[in-house]
Design a protein around this ligand. Structure first.
Ligand code: NAD
Length: 439
């Protein structure tokens, strides 16, 4: 089966190479020619564990190739997946310009039966809208089918998520398209992955409802953590005991600086917007967004309380990406927190194992410098802030770190260390929701 994958970002490249691994012949297309040229040389523009090997393996076995010419790819394919970006337009609505551009191009190119599969996260109704745009552009009457196949992979574990998903959602209104989709995902049938077959609107909504629910868990535990600090309780024990209740589950109950990344912030906004537009507000999700924004302010206050006024102080930052094992800094809490510290007159030294190049594009200041490793960051700082829970930060030589710091103060916004051990080592250590707020 020949497939075109449009968009070679996190979702497109992982899905494209994953489908090639399932035995399909996949041509990945991107309008970013530089990206395609790099991919042809085996270079990937972002960091995702295991992706380079997966891409190389499938290029070598002849099932994966890259092209910037959409027509060549589409002419050879029965199924066209769309995995382009759907960012926030700045007002909480989804910017569908990339999706629309693809629809217009496909309308001009398609000249026989195709199945168009939308993998991008798109508001309810977009699949039908997409099909209409394509149909309007077609030069003659051609039968096309549209399928909604939202993607649930997480950056940092994207390959495992794609290869062994919790479920696959397929929204379609054509039996022919459905049969072909089942064929594409046959490998997942064999490992008994649950499939949800439904209509287009339900599939579109499943993605938003799922992300909004996960974001709700995060905002919820962050508010619990803030209460813990006021009453001397430990949020880790609260979360653990809550999670032991199977109706609640233990995942996504980790307190921290709030959710970021390319999905939760924009998808919660888009879901809240949809509710408002339909006259059925999703007030819970509206609150989740507010709590998340507030959590970043709470974290800056926490740092200020610990360090004293940050003006003129040197603050070390470990972690810039929105989560570990990715180079993605989109909507990372590090952006807001570092900007606030800089604005309050602090000087900041930062290190991240994979996200520094991307962060440099997002934040510019002469008072922000980048270091080659964690030990260079801690040298002479008045306080150290942990912003992303990369494994390498869990294993630092904390005795050495303490010697290097001007003040042995750590504000750990990801709770990667144990408070007792840190105080034994002589640190002034502050986590999130771990009993005591700094006086
Ligand atoms: P991305 O921004 O990393 O990649 C999008 C790619 O599409 C870019 O390479 C861009 O050049 C390309 N593109 C844009 N317009 C194009 C066009 N007209 N023709 C060809 N290529 C074009 O985006 P992403 O993070 O991979 O996300 C893609 C979609 O998947 C979004 O809707 C997102 O919400 C959804 N999603 C993302 C994740 C995630 O973790 N990143 C997870 C699940 C779902």
């Amino acid at each position: 089966m020949n497939i075109t994958m449009i968009g070679t970002g996190y979702v497109g490249l992982v899905s494209g190479s994953g489908l090639a691994d399932f035995g399909m012949t996949v041509i990945c297309v991107d309008k970013d020619r530089e990206r395609i040229e790099k991919l042809r040389k085996g270079e990937i523009s972002f960091y995702e564990p295991g992706l380079e090997e997966l891409v190389q393996r499938n290029v070598k076995n002849g099932r994966l190739s890259f092209d910037s010419n959409l027509k060549t790819a589409v002419d050879r394919s029965l199924v066209i997946f769309v995995a382009v970006g759907t960012p926030d337009n700045g007002q909480g609505q989804t910017d569908l310009s990339q999706v629309e551009e693809v629809a217009q191009s496909l309308g001009e190119i398609i000249d026989d039966y195709k199945i168009l599969v939308i993998k991008s996260t798109v508001p309810v109704g977009t699949n039908n809208w997409f099909k209409k745009i394509v149909q309007k552009k077609l030069k003659k009457e051609i039968n096309i089918d549209i399928v909604s196949n939202p993607e649930f992979l997480r950056e940092g574990s994207a390959i495992e998520d794609f290869m062994r998903p919790d479920r696959v959602v397929i929204g379609a209104d054509s039996t022919r398209a459905l049969a072909i989709m089942k064929d594409i995902y046959r490998s997942l049938y064999l490992i008994e992955t649950p499939f949800v077959f439904t209509n287009l609107e339900t599939a579109e909504l499943i993605k938003y409802a799922s992300n909004a629910f996960l974001a709700t868990k995060i905002s919820f535990i962050n508010e619990v953590a803030n209460i813990c600090e006021k009453v001397g309780a430990d949020v880790h024990q609260v979360a653990k005991a809550m999670g032991l209740d199977k109706r609640i589950g233990s995942k996504f109950l980790h307190p921290g600086p709030g959710f970021g990344g390319s999905c939760f912030p924009k998808d919660t906004h888009a879901f809240a917007y949809l509710g408002k537009k339909l006259g059925s507000p999703v007030s819970i999700v509206e609150s989740v967004i507010k709590v998340n924004q507030n959590q970043r302010r709470v974290m800056v206050e926490k740092i200020e309380k610990a360090v004293g006024s940050v003006e003129g102080k040197m603050i070390g930052i470990l972690g810039l990406t929105f989560k570990p094992n990715t180079s993605d800094v989109r909507e990372s809490s590090a952006i807001d927190i570092i900007l606030a510290l800089l604005q309050k007159g602090a000087k900041v030294k930062a290190y991240d194992p994979a996200g520094m190049d991307e962060f440099k594009k997002a934040v510019h200041s002469i008072n922000l410098t980048y270091e080659r490793d964690a030990y260079s960051v801690v040298k002479g700082v008045d306080g150290l802030v942990i912003l992303t829970e990369w494994n390498e930060f869990r294993n630092l030589d904390l005795k050495e770190v303490k010697k290097l710091m001007a003040q042995p103060l750590i504000v750990d916004l990801r709770n990667i260390y144990e408070p007792e051990r840190m105080s034994e080592l002589g640190y002034h250590y502050i986590g999130v929701g771990r009993g005591v707020t700094p006086a």
